[in-house]
Design a protein. Structure first.
Length: 322
């Protein structure tokens, strides 16, 4: 984020006893962006939104535009937005080529990332497809499958929804839901894995499966098979008079914006980012860590880092020992 606003952090606290992780506290500490937007003319507030977020700026900006239009009564059917899709795929490439290799003891693929982004920007699907199927990515995939399994503990996966269908389960957003979003009363994970419904049946542990789902979305783009519901999907719907909601599928998962207008000024603004879904206190990270062997704290810290990366927060994260 910019404009002097602290982007916040994911805070992870672990307490160990008798050689095991006895307690896990997960919290997403994010700024109240609504405070900077309330009282502003709607168009001005929407122009500010992408400037407030360092990551997924296109998705944030488009969600703001669609939510404002919906608050003015204009619905937008679910569709794949090309600019957001490009942003999603670039983020996936960043994670796979720059972030993942160091987590697996390899060097970041900086030159490969630059070339892959060039192919993506130019629409060179065949070239990117060949690279994604090549030996470098294949080796990373095998290394992923070799890392320890996090087990099956964790939250349910958020189903694929659009703005219209979301109203049946989430009547309106409020500050409490923004802090602790839930699906039918339970925490739910969002992201590429949720969009794909647990992946493609590939034998892999919990952490690897989430990385492989991102790779699968990249491969779908290269063959032109991405459909509505995949990364880059956007939709919006009027909630009530002067109130509009937009949903966008970002690289990290479902982003929700809801604007309440008083005339042409913003009376309230609600944002639920994927980080709030994925780092819910009772979400997958807590389930993966609770009860884990704590005999080697360095090994435990390394596992925690890989687990956090698998869920991909849009802010920095910190770990504390209680």
């Amino acid at each position: 984020m910019n404009a002097g606003i602290d982007p916040g952090r994911v805070r992870l606290k672990l307490r160990c006893a008798h050689g095991r992780v006895a307690a896990v506290e997960v919290s997403s500490e994010r700024p109240a962006v609504a405070q900077a937007l309330r009282g502003r003319p709607g168009d001005e507030a929407v122009r500010l939104v992408p400037l407030l977020f360092a990551l997924c700026g296109k998705a944030q900006g488009r969600a703001a535009q669609l939510a404002l239009a919906a608050a003015r009564g204009v619905e937008c059917q679910a569709h794949v937005d090309a600019a957001i899709e490009h942003e999603v795929l670039r983020e996936h490439l960043w994670r796979w080529l720059l972030d993942l290799p160091p987590l697996l003891g390899a060097a970041a693929m900086k030159s490969e990332f630059i070339e892959a982004v060039r192919w993506l920007a130019g629409g060179h699907r065949a070239e990117l497809a060949a690279f994604l199927a090549g030996p470098r990515l294949e080796e990373l995939g095998w290394r992923l499958r070799e890392i320890e399994d996090a087990g099956n503990a964790g939250s349910q996966l958020l189903p694929v929804i659009d703005a219209g269908s979301s109203l049946a389960h989430i009547a309106s957003l409020d500050a409490g839901f923004c802090r602790l979003p839930h699906w039918q009363g339970e925490p739910a994970e969002t992201g590429a894995l949720a969009r794909r419904g647990r992946g493609d049946g590939v034998a892999a542990g919990a952490l690897a499966t989430r990385w492989l789902a991102r790779l699968a979305e990249l491969r779908e783009w290269t063959v032109g098979s991405a459909k509505v519901g995949a990364g880059g999907t956007a939709s919006a719907v009027p909630v009530a008079a002067g109130r509009g909601r937009a949903l966008v599928e970002t690289a990290r998962g479902l982003l929700m914006h809801e604007i309440v207008l008083d005339g042409e000024r913003v009376a309230d603004y609600f944002i639920v980012a994927p980080t709030e879904w994925n780092f819910h206190p009772q979400g997958p990270l807590a389930g993966w860590l609770h009860g884990r062997d704590a005999g080697d704290r360095d090994a435990l810290a390394g596992f925690a880092a890989r687990a956090v990366a698998a869920l991909d927060p849009c802010v920095r994260w910190e770990m504390e020992w209680l």
